[in-house]
Design a protein around this ligand. Structure first.
Ligand code: FFO
Ligand code: ATP
Length: 345
């Protein structure tokens, strides 16, 4: 099968999940998730009816694989090294319940850990993030960036980044939460869009919301350039041509790197705002013509969990792996190259 047969994925492509096991009667001892985000690095292995080779540690008796699969193309062909596959076994509701509870527990743990972090420590780490970022090529190259506006505590402060990006003449987009005008049964009660800051004065005029996050006045939204518009098809047509993003600097509650796959995982506050935004962004009409979107997290060192001492950050198939992470000690972690989230946008 020619390489380009899998890239870019056609609209019919979907996320699918299989359970694998090493043999009858094995017990579930460990969850491991391999999200195959970059179909291109698999094209060498995939053709109809083939076995896909994925980075499976042989010590994992029980493994969950989420693969970005062309509909119908390889339904029965997944089989990890030394294992077998049950393609009829999809992501089960019970798995989702366990996952949600693992996320909830980790958020509660992180809340406690971050609550005791003095403001000065956050300020110092935020300066180091900014110092690292301002010479980081992907940031310098990005002309359309989305930056979150920080809460007073518990996350990297972004004030200097926003001002710097505006000074450099970048188009700076910030989160805006709103009710979908035409909600569907499966749409969340509130969704997030990214709207553009006009200039420094505009930024400095924002008022804090209930979380202390500087927020966009809804009465100004109609006059702003925004990335998605309302999810109704008619307003998508009205989107401005340059309402696209090169880079999103994302907040989070906890992050880690999967030591086996090199995926950078992120846990948010549990409202799915970023997940839904990225999903909708990747579904907009001109998704294929846009430049690739980079996802970078900003993390206090206390938010980056060490695999040797902490539990893994739990992730679902809808959670997008990051391209990189800028840390409060000034370090930058990059995802293993073949996991780059950009390739699927
Ligand atoms: N600075 C910043 N801006 C952001 C986000 C963020 O995480 N940080 N968001 C990212 O989506 C969106 C806002 N979503 C948020 C969702 C929940 C909470 C929050 O603090 N919720 C709970 C506490 C939950 C927890 O303990 O984790 C609360 O209301 O007390 C904050 C922001 C858009 N803007
Ligand atoms: N792409 C998606 N498709 C379907 N449901 C989704 C998607 N993204 C998020 N959700 C749902 O939104 C809820 C919150 O998701 P999750 O716990 O992953 O949020 P989070 O990653 O912590 O938040 P955020 O993305 O705002 O930082 C979950 O119930 C999840 O099932």
């Amino acid at each position: 099968m020619p390489d380009d047969a899998f890239f870019p994925p056609p609209p019919a492509a979907t996320w699918k999940t299989w359970k694998t096991h090493r043999g009858p009667g094995c017990t579930r001892t460990k969850h491991h998730q391999v999200v195959i985000r970059c179909i291109t690095h698999l094209t060498a292995f995939i053709s109809h009816g083939d076995v896909i080779t994925v980075p499976v540690k042989s010590s994992n008796p029980y493994l969950r694989i989420s693969a970005f699969v062309l509909q119908g193309a390889i339904e029965t062909s997944l089989a990890p090294r030394g294992g077998c596959l049950d393609p009829s076994s999809k992501f089960q509701p019970a798995d989702m319940t366990a996952l949600k509870s693992a996320k909830k527990n980790l958020r509660a743990f992180m809340k406690q850990r971050l609550a005791s972090l003095p403001h000065e420590a956050i300020a110092k780490q935020s300066t180091q993030v900014f110092t690292a970022l301002k010479t980081f090529q992907p940031y310098l190259d990005a002309q359309h960036i989305s930056v979150y506006l920080a809460m007073p505590g518990g996350e990297v402060q972004t004030d200097t980044i926003v001002k710097h990006a505006l000074e450099l003449g970048k188009q700076v987009f910030v989160p805006y939460l709103h009710k979908p005008a035409s909600p569907s049964p499966d749409s969340p009660a509130r969704v997030m869009d990214m709207v553009r800051l006009e200039n420094l004065q505009d930024y400095q005029s924002l008022k804090p919301d209930k979380w202390g996050i500087p927020s966009i006045d809804p009465s100004t939204v109609d006059s702003r350039c925004r990335v998605l518009g309302d999810p109704s098809p008619s307003s998508q047509v009205d989107r401005e041509a340059d309402s696209f993003l090169d880079l999103i600097l994302m907040p989070g509650v906890a992050f880690d790197m999967d030591p086996e796959s090199g995926f950078l995982r992120r846990l948010g506050h549990g409202r799915g705002f970023y997940d839904h935004f990225i999903k909708r962004y990747s579904q907009t009409a001109n998704a294929r013509e846009r430049p690739p979107l980079l996802l970078y997290g900003l993390a206090l060192t206390q938010q980056f969990l060490d695999q040797d001492t902490s539990q893994p950050v739990p992730v679902a198939p809808h959670d997008k792996p990051l391209d990189g992470l800028v840390l409060g000690d000034g370090g930058i972690k990059l995802a293993a190259s073949d996991t780059a989230a950009t390739s699927t946008f």
